[in-house]
Structures are given as structure tokens and as C-alpha cells.
Design a protein around this ligand. Structure first.
Ligand code: SF4
Length: 328
């Protein structure tokens, strides 16, 4: 076991001061970090325990949105009346993730920071991994890449982001609130996770020492006509092969507004803006849904073992929109 320093922060100011130290990592529920620590992939010199911080409230925002404290558990967020009423898409996505036991432990802030479940990343015995050891290579490119990215990948990495929650937040244009010794800032969820490029070891745009304090989910007028559809290898406790978070506003058979995000296809939750643009103002018809889904996957670059994801993603987009728009 690798030795590390442990501090339990009692307020946010203390947490960000401790978190600014070299080698420090924040720990909330620990459901991902401790797994990676035990297998030697994460080697924090110092853990700053933020689980006792008063950041677990869920409250209404004046504009009709919801602010979810970063330390709220996934279970608390999914079952909270405000979340279920104002952003059911988010509640659905949260309940599609992990197991009940994990959702009870995992925090909303930590959910955003989950690392990929690429087998070559989580098991060093399987081969080289640029995300684990920068510059070492990517065993997945010529290896077994059934679960990997079809959009936004690079020569260095084709891993996918594992969070369900983040896909819904991406569709809903949520904002991540962070705090450091320099003060506060807001990061749109769409800009929070990175594409791999040639630095796949950097998952997010968080700066060193920054602590997630809350997530603001704005009011989406048509947010109740939504659906999160997740396709996975087994019915529970499995990561998405492909998932889609969709909300759509249909009036007199025409699409007035729509938002679509995909999970399981890229290094970050993937917003399908071309598909949204193609549907806006069009008839809510099967043909138009299929055309929009085809556009969403037009730039797909599948690997040897994951070609199935392209057609699967098209179908999941159509199905999710049909359910959200009450066509199913
Ligand atoms: Fe590592 Fe990314 Fe390649 Fe997986 S896909 S082995 S995480 S570099």
C-alpha cells in the first residue's frame, strides 16, 4: 500500500487551501478514486476528505432551475422532489448509473470526475495506456476496442467517459460551479470534459486545486418531455455501450426545440448539435428523426470491434426522441 497524508476539511476555505498542496486530491464518496488507488493507478500524496463539507443541499434557483450541492449523493439527487419535478431527465440518468449501494455513496461532484473504464487503463497488466502513463502508447487502438469511442477520439486515446449523469447535464446545459484559492468560477458542463487529443491523461478543464461546489441545472421549459435511454450489456450495474439523453418540445406535430446528448461514444458527453439543428422547425416524424440521427453520427470513426455502435447510436437517438416526444 502506498502511504498518503489524510486531511478532513471542515469548511470550503480550508478544503481549497489543503487541496492546493502538491499531490493533493479531493475525496468525497471515494467510489472511483479508491478503486484506482488500490490498483496503483491513482497515487495521491495527500487526500483531502471533503465529504463532511456543507455542500449537500439541493435548492431551487430563481429562474426555475435547480442547484445541486457537489456532496449530495447520487441517490439524494435522483430522489429529490425538485430534481424529479424540474429535471426528470437528470433523475432518470442518475438512476441508470451504477448500483443502489454505489449511488448511496457516490457524490454528484465525484460522478463528474469518474475516470474511464477502458480495460487497458484500469488493468496495467493488459498493456500500455497513455491516460495512465503519458507517452506509453494506447493498447486499445490495436486491441479489443468494443467499448471504445466512435466520435472525437485521437491517435493517443479512444476511451469513453463513463458517467450517465454527465450526459443528461450536457443535454440540459448545466453549469459546474468550482472554487479555489483564487475565488469562484463557472464551467459549462459542455466545456468541463475534454477530448483526448495528445494529452488524454487530462480528463477535465478543472485547474489544479479547484473544488467542485455545486452544479446548476437551468430551467428547460420542455424538460419534462424527456428520456434517458441507456443500452448496456446487462440490465444493471453496467456502463453504457451507448446512451442518449433527449428532451423535445413538439407542438402541432412540429419540433419547436430539442436537445440531444450521447454517452458511451466519446471521451466526453457528446452534444449532438447538428441533429438538434436539423430537427428544429421540422415535422416530428420518423423520417426526420432518422435523418437527424444519421447527421449526429456522420463524423463517427469506429474501431475494429465497435462498428456496431454507429448504428446502435442512431437507433437509440430515434428511440429516445420518440419516447420523449410521445410518439412511441
Ligand atoms: Fe489508455 Fe485511452 Fe488507450 Fe484506453 S483508449 S488504453 S484509456 S490511452
Amino acid at each position: 500500500m502506498l502511504p498518503f497524508e489524510y486531511d478532513r476539511a471542515t469548511d470550503v476555505e480550508q478544503a481549497v487551501r489543503l487541496g492546493a498542496q502538491a499531490g493533493a486530491r479531493y475525496i468525497g464518496g471515494g467510489t472511483n478514486l479508491l478503486d484506482l488507488y488500490k490498483s496503483g493507478i491513482e497515487r495521491p500524496a495527500r487526500l483531502v476528505d471533503v465529504s463532511r463539507l456543507p455542500l449537500n443541499t439541493i435548492e431551487a434557483l430563481p429562474d426555475g432551475g435547480v442547484r445541486i450541492g457537489a456532496m449530495a449523493s447520487n441517490t439524494a439527487a435522483a430522489n429529490h422532489a425538485l430534481v424529479r419535478e424540474r429535471c426528470p431527465l437528470l433523475a432518470e440518468a442518475l438512476l441508470a448509473g451504477a448500483s443502489a449501494q454505489l449511488r448511496n455513496m457516490a457524490t454528484v461532484g465525484g460522478n463528474l470526475l469518474q475516470r474511464t473504464r477502458c480495460h487497458y487503463f484500469t488493468d496495467p497488466a493488459l498493456g500500455a495506456c497513455n491516460k495512465r502513463t503519458p507517452g506509453s502508447g494506447c493498447a486499445a487502438r490495436d486491441g479489443f476496442n468494443r467499448i471504445h469511442a466512435i466520435l472525437g477520439g485521437s491517435e493517443s486515446c479512444i476511451a469513453v467517459h463513463p458517467s450517465d449523469m454527465a450526459v443528461a447535464l450536457c443535454a440540459l446545459d448545466a453549469v459546474v460551479r468550482v472554487r479555489s484559492q483564487s475565488g469562484e468560477r463557472e464551467i459549462p458542463v459542455n466545456d468541463f470534459h475534454r477530448l483526448p487529443g495528445d494529452t488524454p491523461h487530462i480528463d477535465t478543464t478543472l485547474r489544479p486545486g479547484e473544488l467542485i461546489t455545486a452544479i446548476d441545472v437551468p430551467a428547460v421549459a420542455f424538460g419534462t418531455r424527456s428520456h434517458y435511454l441507456k443500452v448496456r450489456d446487462r440490465a444493471s450495474y453496467a456502463f453504457a455501450l451507448v446512451s442518449v439523453a433527449a428532451a423535445i418540445d413538439v407542438h402541432d406535430g412540429m419540433v419547436r426545440e430539442v436537445c440531444i446528448a450521447l454517452g458511451g461514444v466519446a471521451h466526453k458527453p457528446w452534444r449532438a448539435r447538428e441533429a438538434e439543428d436539423a430537427l428544429r422547425g421540422k415535422e416530428f416524424s420518423e423520417d426526420n428523426l432518422r435523418a437527424a440521427a444519421a447527421l449526429a453520427l456522420a463524423q463517427a470513426r469506429p474501431q475494429e470491434h465497435n462498428r456496431y455502435k454507429v448504428e446502435l447510436a442512431r437507433r437509440v437517438i430515434v428511440r429516445a426522441l420518440r419516447i420523449a416526444g410521445d410518439m412511441a
